[in-house]
Write a protein that binds this ligand. Structure first.
Ligand SMILES: *Cc1c(COP(=O)(O)O)cnc(C)c1O
Length: 359
């Protein structure tokens, strides 16, 4: 077996311990005589899996009792539609556009009502987070939408926007469980799990109960109503059962590691190794305004396309894979999620040093 250091932005690295456990349980999950892939989602065994997953997530994030946790499908992208369909009572919402994912959500919302762009960092290729302390938010906006960590550009909000009393909705796909959050500041926190939690196919939605109503936009499909899934505890139809099982294992791993405060320290430590190197390098440069840097996604460039390609190729040969930047940014991007060990970041920096000396 030859495991590599996988810097993919998503689907991404998972804790080795979790993969080993899943492998051990593949043929016979806890004496059930079958794999979790093969069992009924209505079985007692599966009920325990999904209930424990929810309880562990609630404990990790200290989710207040007046929030529901939903395990859904359709990816983060489906939420781009589900959010306006369920929340746009006044048919108006404010969007802060800080990258491709926020922009897609903003464009999708225009299908359902008036989406107002209240701030953007597109003028400088999304390399910073705009000042959101005093935005011109329409009084009757149903919510304010952000993408909290911008996976492609490597920026992260260090303070939440001043929503002026409006409900905050946040896509946290690429920073989910990377540090503690105050859930009570949000109306909805959601994310696809394939970045920092589990395998593709599950999206977790944490939603304040008063936002789950009978009233949705006319024509909203049953499957796209939060109420449908909240009333059925995520078992209205067959949920992404195996994915939920793996997420549950990652939650237990996070608890064992010491929880989100410890993950934050680890993530800061890992990111510092890489950013400190970038800050003194003569060859490599980070592409993001320093105060807005993400702990999870670190884009960098040499300024020379051919050299970037050479770097990615040689890094791959050295077992440091998926470092190619997003097609819209170019250069490189190292995603250093929870499950990336510190050793992986140290190896990457050592490799970058050597490459700098040689080129
Ligand atoms: C990857 C990503 C998405 C898209 O996720 P899908 O599950 O593929 O729809 C949306 N938002 C953010 C922040 C992402 O990183």
């Amino acid at each position: 077996m030859n495991r590599v250091y996988n810097f993919s932005a998503g689907p991404a690295v998972l804790p080795e311990e979790v993969l080993r456990e899943a492998a051990e349980e593949m043929m016979d999950y806890k004496g059930s005589g079958m794999s979790v892939m093969e069992m009924s989602h209505r079985s007692k065994v599966f009920a325990t899996i999904i209930e424990e997953a929810e309880a562990d997530l609630r404990e990790l994030m200290q989710i207040p009792d007046n929030y529901k946790v939903l395990f859904l499908q359709g990816g983060a992208s489906q939420q781009f539609a589900m959010i306006p369909m369920n929340l746009m009572k006044n048919k108006k919402a404010a969007y802060i556009v800080t990258g491709q994912w926020a922009k897609k959500a903003f464009q999708e919302a225009q299908l359902y009502g008036e989406a107002v762009k209240v701030a953007s960092s597109e003028d400088e290729t999304f390399s910073y987070i705009p000042d959101c302390s005093d935005l011109d938010i329409p009084e009757d906006a149903d919510y304010v939408y952000i993408c909290e960590n911008n996976t492609i550009y490597g920026t992260k909000y260090k303070a939440l926007p001043n929503t002026k009393g409006h409900t905050l909705v946040a896509d946290v796909s690429s920073c989910f469980l990377s540090e503690p959050v105050d859930v009570s500041q949000y109306g909805i926190i959601y994310g696809g799990v394939q970045k920092n939690i589990g395998p593709a196919g599950v999206v977790i939605v944490i939603i304040r109960e008063d936002l789950i109503g009978e009233e949705t936009l006319p024509g909203t499909p049953t499957m796209l109503k939060y109420k449908t899934h909240a009333d059925a505890a995520s078992l209205y139809n067959t949920p992404p059962a195996y994915g939920i099982y793996i997420c549950g294992k990652v939650f237990k791993w996070l608890k064992k590691m010491g929880g989100l405060e410890v993950m934050k320290q680890r993530n800061e430590e890992k990111a510092k190794i890489l950013y400190d190197f970038l800050d003194q390098s003569k060859l490599f440069q980070g592409t993001v305004r320093k105060e807005d840097r993400s702990l999870m996604n670190v884009p960098f460039v040499t300024g020379d396309k051919e050299l970037d390609e050479k770097f990615v190729k040689e890094a791959t040969a050295a077992g440091l894979v998926n470092l190619k930047g997003h097609r819209t940014v170019g250069g490189m991007r190292a995603s250093i999620y929870n499950a990336m060990p510190k050793e992986g970041v140290e190896k990457l920096v050592a490799f970058m040093k050597k490459f700098e000396e040689e080129n």
